[in-house]
Design a protein around this ligand. Structure first.
Ligand code: DAH
Length: 349
């Protein structure tokens, strides 16, 4: 019997030496340790032996079985290591110098106008801030002088989370956080607060060519001593002239927003007819573009800024609207459609 065992041991050692991959190794394992394997076969012959012989034989078979199991697992480790090294050292089967097969992507029209606006405001010393899309009721309404049950909330129905938070209905929702972030520098170092914060906004409304439940705005604020409406007009006019690459005339009309006092609607001279009057501007010569105003004292207070000492302006530029005007996009729904035929037409100038 022990002769038989030695034969098996020798044959196994020979075969193991020759195994070069995991598959060959698995075949060997089955050949020796599998259900019909040689070692398993030895076990089966045990029943022919008497008590004492059975015991010694059983022990020897177990030793052999353990040897084989250990040898296979060691060899498996070596093979895997070799395979890994080979993979690391292999030359990639793609040509890095080949020209790209796919067309290059293009920027979304809103990204394009957003970047342009950011560039202009940055050059005028404004910080660009990012703010989350999920906000609290306080940030979106209360801190903006819109208490619970105020009718101004009706215009801004949005999507609510089960924990009471909501998807911001306007970028004004970031104002409070911005004031709190910069108030120390304003009060202690006399640095004016100048920040813009573009972002995605949401409203629970039926969609059509002019309305979307998801759109983009860019809010801007400036707070310092002696800030007046003329500062507001100057910054808006400069920014719009840069974006449209021509001198833009602006006018202010009264508008009501609880977080500004006085509040305005800022119109620009019609881009199509230059102010003469045409169907695009409903023959008025003006296009409504950007609500704005002087920040309400209560809003400054909520941000920890003394309204007796500081004043400021705020505006909420509709980036989606601006992109539509700039690129002549007629249906707002194209912007969120993911339709590349439409969206890939726009390139940075
Ligand atoms: N948050 C307003 C809206 O989405 C727009 C707005 C109006 C923003 C006046 C302002 C502002 O900063 O001063 O309807």
């Amino acid at each position: 019997m022990s002769e038989k065992m030695n034969e098996i041991r020798q044959a196994f050692t020979e075969k193991l030496k020759k195994a070069v991959n995991t598959q060959a190794l698995e075949e060997i394992r089955i050949e020796y340790l599998g259900k019909k394997g040689s070692v398993t076969g030895l076990m089966k012959t045990m029943k022919e032996l008497s008590g004492e012989e059975k015991k010694t034989f059983g022990q020897q078979v177990n030793v052999l079985k353990n040897e084989i199991t250990k040898a296979i697992s060691e060899k498996l480790g070596q093979i895997k290591q070799k395979e890994l090294e080979a993979e690391i050292n292999s030359v990639p089967d793609f040509d890095l110098s080949a020209p790209p097969v796919l067309d290059r992507g293009s920027y979304h029209p809103i990204t394009l106008v957003q970047r342009e606006c950011e560039q202009v405001f940055k050059s005028m010393g404004f910080a660009i801030e990012e703010y989350s899309e999920i906000v609290t009721d306080y940030e979106c309404f209360e801190a903006l002088n819109i208490p619970k049950h105020h009718p101004a909330r009706d215009m801004q129905d949005t999507y609510y989370l089960t924990n009471g938070q909501l998807l911001k209905s306007h970028t004004s929702a970031a104002q409070n956080a911005i004031y709190k972030k910069y108030r120390k520098a304003l009060i202690e170092d006399g640095k004016p607060i100048k920040a813009i914060f573009p972002g995605r906004c949401f409203r629970n409304e039926a969609t059509d060519a002019c309305h979307e439940n998801t759109f983009f705005q860019m809010e801007g604020v400036m707070v310092d001593k002696n800030i007046s409406i003329s500062n507001l007009i100057f910054f808006m006019k400069t920014m719009l002239s840069e974006v449209f690459q021509k001198d833009i005339k602006v006018r202010l009309r009264p508008g009501f927003f609880p977080f500004v006092e006085p509040g305005f609607e800022l119109d620009i001279s019609c881009l199509i007819c230059g102010g003469e009057g045409c169907p695009s501007c409903k023959h008025s010569g003006w296009l409504e573009l950007c609500p704005c105003g002087m920040i309400h004292p209560e809003v400054l207070k909520a941000g920890g800024i003394d309204p007796e000492e500081y004043t400021g302006f705020a505006f909420g530029l509709g980036l989606t609207r601006l992109a539509m005007m700039k690129y002549g996009i007629k249906d707002i729904r194209d912007l969120n459609s993911g339709n590349l035929k439409v969206l890939s037409q726009f390139t940075a100038e």
